[in-house]
Design a protein around this ligand. Structure first.
Ligand code: PLP
Length: 450
């Protein structure tokens, strides 16, 4: 119990000072991580000292992703209630793989499944699995789709494997996320089986460039381009795919949550006509890591792709979570998701999505007023900013990253460097935006003086 009190006191210390901390740790804090470099000690260590050192050296070298001025990648923060609920379940330490291992996680996962269908307006028969992130979720959706398309052509992949199977055509946009290419490669699809569709200036798949779709096509669409935030024309493409009996998977890691807002739902219109979807709760929804979700309209296809058998595995009439995911043992992610959704409610989810998008819009507007160029249409929570020249953009980004005031990543957009801003923390306020814009301006001045 004393250890828990100690951990709680460090956590409270961390949380209460986060707003005054540098966003990226100092060089000396990073250097101090050398403290951890040692061979595995032969002797046991004192638990209280372990926590003490972890806080002293570890906390000091964290990137302050839970502050309101972290805009790197697409990360998301954590709600207090989600963190607290997670702590409680750490004490449970239940394995949610099977109902007989944890009735409570089975129940909460079933509840989350119903809630997710509600928020995303997905068909009643849709099922979900909770995985580490969208990378794995996408792999699950593609495995289900691959197996089902082959089954439709009388090819049982469990029996025959992939070698000599009827050839499937993979169709995806030029700016599909790198995790999609990774998932495809893990599933046995190389570049030679892919038809890569050119995209428009925002990164959206150009529908008129689509090849003939058929019942051997696995089509990947994107709801939320990782740089521009743009959405593929889901409605029109899903119509074509449905007619052709192709399998459509939507990568909506952060963008699928647009469905939760009346103002943004038009971006994902028609996505319910797809077959599977991947989305993260740890991004836009601000649930703790790791909480990825695979949603699939065809329960049998997903379960058949994921199911494991063994004489010791005891399936039940209730929800057995491992039927829907590649992993067996894992953390009880359902509580992270359930507590976050329960505390927000439908209105809260809508407000959160709207808030992130509104701050992104304001960020872009303030930057424009300061003479920065905004390279993308800010349709969601992503902003791509640039200075007058590529060199100035790169140097400005370097100064922003060194400043400790805020943190943004970089990317290439239309072959030119951009500063990439992702507003996805519930903690970001108007004051954070103003302070960050100020940091942009100061960093650009430093870049100009170089
Ligand atoms: C973040 C992201 C992924 C990968 O998700 P992880 O949870 O990091 O595995 C995939 N696609 C898009 C569009 C993303 O933004």
């Amino acid at each position: 119990m004393e250890l828990l009190d100690q951990a709680k006191s460090y956590a409270c210390d961390y949380i209460s000072t986060i707003q005054d901390r540098r966003i990226f740790p100092t060089e000396s804090a990073i250097k101090n991580l050398d403290f951890f470099s040692e061979n595995l000690p032969r002797q046991a260590a004192d638990p209280a000292k372990i926590l003490q050192d972890l806080h002293k050296f570890g906390s000091a070298a964290t990137v302050a992703q839970t502050s309101g001025r972290y805009f790197g990648f697409v990360c998301g923060s954590i709600f207090p209630v989600s963190m607290a609920a997670k702590w409680l379940t750490d004490a449970w330490d239940q394995n949610p793989a099977l109902y007989v291992m944890s009735p409570v996680f089975a129940k909460l996962e079933a509840v989350c499944e119903t809630w997710l269908k509600d928020v995303f307006c997905l068909p009643e028969q849709t099922v979900c699995g909770l995985v580490g992130g969208t990378s794995i979720a996408t792999m699950c959706g593609l495995a289900a789709g691959r197996n089902q398309l082959l089954k439709n052509h009388a090819w049982d992949i469990h029996e025959n494997g992939l070698f000599n199977a009827p050839a499937l055509k993979i169709v995806l946009g030029q700016q599909a996320h790198s995790s999609v290419f990774k998932a495809l490669s893990l599933l046995g699809f190389g570049r030679s089986s892919m038809t890569v569709i050119p995209v428009d200036e925002q990164g959206r798949m150009q529908i008129e460039k689509l090849p003939e779709l058929d019942d051997k096509t696995l089509l990947l669409l994107q709801a939320g381009n990782v740089n521009s935030g743009a959405f593929d024309p889901l409605d029109a493409i899903c119509d074509l795919a449905q007619k052709a009996k192709s399998w459509v998977h939507v990568d909506g890691a952060f963008g699928l949550w647009a469905a939760g807002s009346k103002n943004k739902a038009h971006l994902v219109k028609g996505m319910d006509k797809a077959d599977s979807w991947s989305v993260d709760a740890h991004k836009t929804l601000n649930a703790p890591y790791d909480c990825g979700i695979i949603l699939c309209k065809h329960e049998k296809a997903l379960v058949s792709a994921m199911q494991a058998v063994g004489s010791y595995i005891q399936y039940s009439e209730h929800r057995d979570s491992m039927l829907y995911t590649p992993d067996m043992s894992r953390r009880g992610r359902a509580v992270d998701l359930w507590s976050t959704m329960k505390s927000l409610g439908k209105n809260g989810i809508e407000n959160l999505v709207d808030q992130l998008c509104e701050y992104a819009r304001q960020f872009a507007e303030c930057l424009k007023n300061e003479g920065f160029h905004i390279r993308n249409d800010v349709v969601f929570n992503q902003v791509l900013a640039a200075c007058d020249t590529p060199e100035e953009t790169q140097a400005t980004l370097d100064f922003i990253q060194q400043s400790g005031e805020c943190w943004c990543g970089g990317a290439e957009f239309h072959k030119e460097p951009v500063i990439r801003i992702s507003v996805c923390s519930w903690e970001t306020t108007k004051a954070d935006i103003i302070r960050s814009v100020d940091c942009f301006v100061k960093s650009r001045s430093l870049a100009r003086k170089q």
